[in-house]
Structures are given as C-alpha cells and as structure tokens.
Design a protein around this ligand. Structure first.
Ligand code: FES
Ligand code: MG
Length: 575
C-alpha cells in the first residue's frame, strides 16, 4: 500500500486537532520551523553515529547536512537523532560489548519518535550491524549511508594499510629497524583522512555486506569518505528515503533469504573479516532468516576471493578498489553466483543496479577464473572442542598448520596470557597450541579481539611467525595467523574449551573441518562433572545485563530478548 500524507506514521503526532498534537506542532515551531515545512511530509530520522571520539565518522558532523539537504529537496522533514558512536579506536574492552546496545537504541529511537523512515549513518566496525539490526526490528523504511573508507595511508611514498601495517612496522621497531622519528612518521601517515579503516577489515566488509543486502544506493560502500562523490551520494540518500516512505519500501521487502545469500557470497568474495560471520548471522536472524554456520562454511568452500585487498590480498587498499570500479564491479563479476532479482533500497532489482558496471583494473578486482584464492577465506570447524562451531581464516595462516596436532598451553585469562607470553623461559614449542578461554560473549564479556594471541617471544626469536591458536574470542578483521576463533559454546558457559588442560593433544584437521582434543570421552565427562561456572565480571549495570542475555557466537551473539523469535515487538506507542 502506497502511503499518503494522511496515512504517514508521523501524522499521528502532528495532524489531529487535539491538545497533545498541538503541543507537538508548537514545539516544532519552537525550533523555527513553519507548519508548511513538515505538515503532511515524511519525517526522516537521521541516525548519526558521529562523536568527537570516533575519527572514522568525523565527517558525519557536516555530512549530515548534505543528507538533510536531500530530504528537504525531495519534500521531507529531517530530524537528526544522535546514536551511540561505537568508536573502534577508543572503546574498551571492545565495541562488541555495545553493538547490541546500539541496536536496542536504534529500535527504540525509531519506535518512540514521530518518524516515517530512517537514514542510518555508520561505518566503523560495529556501527553497521548495530544500526541495521535495530532498524530491521523497527521495521520502518530505511537506507544505509556508509561512512566510506579513509584515503590510503602514506609513509615515505609507500601505501600503508590500517591495522595490518601498524603491526608490521611495530615489529620492525621492536627488531630495532625503525627509529622513534620514523615510527612517528608512520603514526602520522597511516590514518590521514576521516573515514573507516581502508583495508578489507571489519568496516569495509560490513559496509560491502550492507550494499549486497540491498540496503545502500548502488556503489555507495566503495566511495572514499573524502571524495566529493560521497557528499553527492549523501544528498541522494536524503532524496531517496522520501520516495521509499511513499512507496512503503520496508526492510522485510528487501532482507529476504536471497538477499542474505547474496551478502554471504559477496562477503566471501571480498575475503571478509572473521567478524563478518557473527554480524551476518545476527542481522539475518533479525530479518527472520536462519543463517547457520554450515551455510557459511559451504559458501566459504565454493566462493572464490575476488577482491585483491589487504590483508587477504597482498597489495591494494579500498581507494584502489573504488578506482577499479568498486563493489558494483565485483558484484558484476560474481553475478552468476548472485540472485539478481532481489529488490534494493533504490527501488530497482540488484540486476538493474549492476547494469553498466565496469571493472577498470582486473588485478584489483579479479574474475572467477583468476581469483586471489580459489576458496573463500573463511572456514567453519566443529568437533569435541567446538560442538556448534568455530571460525578460521585458512588463507591467512601458515599452510603447515592446516593439518596439525600438538600439546595445549592453556591460559584462563588475557592478563595471565600477557604475563607469560614474553617469558624467556616459557615451555613452548612451535607445535604447541595456545589456548585462551574466558573471552567469549558472556565471559569476555563481549568477545574482545584477543584471538590473535601474540607469538611467544622465545619462538619469535627462533624465527617462527605462526602457530596454532584457539580461543572463544574474536580477532580484528585486519589480523592474520592460524587462529581458531569464536569457539562455541564458550568456556564461560561450560563449553568443552573449559575442560581442556595444558598438555592435552589438540588436533586441527581443516580438510575434515574438525577441531578436537584427543582426550577420552569418559575423562571429558569426569572433568565436566567437576567444572564450576566462573562468576560474571560485572555485578550490576549494563555488563550484568549483557552477561545474562547475550547469546553464543554461532547464533550471532544477540540479546535473547532482542531476537525476532523472542516475541512480538511493542505496539505503536499511544500518543
Ligand atoms: Fe573505525 Fe577501523 S577504527 S573502522
Ligand atoms: Mg577492527
């Protein structure tokens, strides 16, 4: 049903000739707006995750004015509503602790305000899933405006990539190959414009996923934040949301099984961050699509990596990806694996939005017959250590570790691991398997990015750069190494990771997709009967609520009471 001025949701607040509505009108006039500026027009919530603490979104302070310009031009009325900023750079212990808080805030902001549609402004890692999850549950027409990647870094003429190059150059400094002055140059050159990380880390992966789901205007996720095309795209988003409101183009018409399938394929073809797994599952489940770890493993096995972007690729960054044609060019090359009939926020099918998409550099965006990797970069393993699954990035680890067994060296906490890892007398060999537990959704809490456990100093000195590592934590999208992550169920709730002991033999068989401890079932049962659940870390407040209600990684780590299947949403508010 198309909307008319009378059937707009906001009309319930503004139209009636009663005292309460009179108050809403009077208070809008208090802001200097005349009734003809909003009356009978779509009211658009612009959910802006700008803050002084989020360098990736620094431009949103001004960019929101371009969105408003578009809204006004198309005959709408914008209301900017600030939402939790979730700066990956500063928020500790991890922004993942607050992704669900943003999702809840978004849902309630939209439910409680007199708005007909929403523009979601995000980009830094968790903002994309947080905004999308909340807006899907709210159910109003919505469109995603990605922050865009920052410009590529520069150090003495060499391109620097967010995250990956910071670690690389830091190791050079530890090795005495880089002076303090040179290091300061790296610091000043690696993040030289606003915008999100410009490697194919979590931010670039998640905005690509948003576009592949059909939630952005065509090509929007690839435009660098500092490019004037980003400004023009922002006003186009403001114009488009008005049509979406009149068309009643709600998220459930876009976020179908097929759209989720497209997003999974695109994620794999970008060589996505391991974090994409947990967010994809959470977003899909909000839309009522039951995406499983097995679905993701199947996609990983069958989708070649086409984006030659660091860290999975070896040379290029997001700015190069944009100049090469961006995500539209990638999706055009992947089109035989996509369902092109799905509807997007543009009002066109995905196939229509890809018409005329061209690739201008076949080394940056590879074709299906010349991929960066033949198999997708992610694999899901299961076994007696991870009954409901764990995630690994085979392309990012030393191939000798794909089939490996060795004795476990177990740490119960991050501080314990940190204190031991530089110990010159640590009893560890390259065949050992480092295990960190207590770092999952409830135990972390919030699954901090501790999963790329540092290499022990004694092994580094002997020239080793990789070993098998196992945890219920996540790792940064720009990390690398033989890290088995997101082990589910986590140790804090009694998952078998809680029962492994130092010296037990752990075996990874990537070909068979298995991760096991070679310990007798009877011994495992004996240890289980002795196991006691550790206390939650927070005794009150949000952290307390988080630990009580967060789900496991394989189901997206959403709050149980926010999941769509939990129960019907609150009805429209009484006014
Ligand atoms: Fe914001 Fe990396 S710090 S995207
Ligand atoms: Mg990150």
């Amino acid at each position: 049903m198309k909307k008319t001025p009378d059937t707009l949701r906001s009309a319930r607040w503004f139209a009636p000739d009663d005292l309460r509505s009179s108050g809403h009108r009077s208070r809008t006039m208090q802001m200097g707006y005349a009734p003809e500026e909003w009356s009978g027009k779509p009211v658009i919530a612009i959910l802006n995750t700008w803050s002084d603490a989020n360098p990736c979104h620094a431009h949103f302070k001004h960019r929101v004015e371009d969105v408003k310009r578009g809204v006004f031009q198309a005959g709408g009325f914008p209301l900017e509503l600030p939402a939790l900023s979730l700066s990956e750079s500063y928020v500790k212990p991890t922004t993942m602790l607050y992704r669900n808080m943003l999702a809840m805030e978004v849902e309630e902001l939209l439910r409680s305000h007199p708005v007909d549609g929403a523009v979601l402004m995000g980009g830094c890692d968790k903002t994309t899933p947080g905004l999308v999850m909340g807006a899907v549950s709210a159910g109003l027409p919505m469109i995603y405006l990605p922050a865009g990647p920052m410009l590529r870094g520069n150090y003495r003429g060499k391109a620097l990539g967010s995250g990956s190059d910071a670690w690389k150059f830091w190791d050079e400094r530890r090795a005495g190959n880089l002076s303090t002055d040179e290091w300061v140059e790296v610091e000043a050159g690696i993040a030289r414009s606003y915008g999100h990380c410009m490697t194919m880390g979590t931010a670039s992966t998640m905005t690509a996923i948003a576009e592949a789901l059909g939630l952005t205007l065509p090509g929007a996720s690839s435009i660098p934040a500092a490019d004037s095309n980003h400004i023009r795209m922002s006003s186009a988003v403001g114009r488009r949301i008005i049509d979406m409101v009149w068309e009643d183009l709600i998220p459930s018409k876009i976020l179908t099984d097929a759209a989720v399938g497209n997003a999974v394929a695109v994620a794999m073809a970008t060589g996505c961050s391991t974090n994409a797994i947990v967010h994809l599952v959470a977003m899909a489940r909000r839309a009522g699509v039951d995406l499983t770890m097995d679905d993701l493993d199947r996609a990983g096995r069958t989708t070649p990596v086409l984006a030659n972007i660091r860290p999975t690729g070896d040379t290029y960054l997001m700015e190069d990806f944009y100049y090469a044609g961006g995500l539209r060019a990638l999706m055009a090359k992947l089109s035989s694996r996509l369902d092109l009939s799905v509807l997007t926020v543009s009002g066109q099918t995905l196939g229509e939005t890809l018409e005329g998409a061209k690739c201008f550099n076949d080394d940056v965006i590879r074709s299906l017959d010349n991929p960066v990797f033949q198999e997708g970069s992610l694999a899901v393993v299961k076994g007696n250590l991870a009954p409901t699954g764990a995630v690994i990035k085979p392309a990012a680890c030393d191939p000798r570790l794909h089939q490996h067994q060795g004795p476990a060296l177990v740490f119960d906490s991050y501080p314990e691991m940190k204190a031991a890892i530089d110990d010159e007398n640590l009893d560890v060999t390259p065949d050992h398997v480092l295990v960190l537990r207590g770092a999952g959704p409830q135990g972390g809490p919030g699954m901090p990015e501790w999963g790329m456990l540092p290499m022990p100093k004694v092994l580094l000195k002997k020239g080793y750069r990789d070993m098998l590592r196992l945890s219920d934590a996540r790792m940064s999208g720009t990390s690398y190494g033989a890290c088995v992550l997101h082990v589910s169920p986590e140790s804090h709730v009694g998952g078998p990771l809680a029962l492994v002991k130092t010296g037990d033999i752990v075996r990874l068989d990537l070909k068979a997709r298995r991760i096991d401890m070679l310990v007798d079932d009877s011994e495992i049962e004996r240890r289980r009967s002795e196991w006691r659940k550790p206390a939650d870390k927070a005794g009150r407040g949000y952290g307390w609520m988080f630990a009580k209600h967060v789900g496991q990684a394989d189901t997206g780590a959403d709050f149980d009471f926010l999941e769509t299947r939990f129960g019907p949403s609150a009805p429209e508010p009484d006014i």
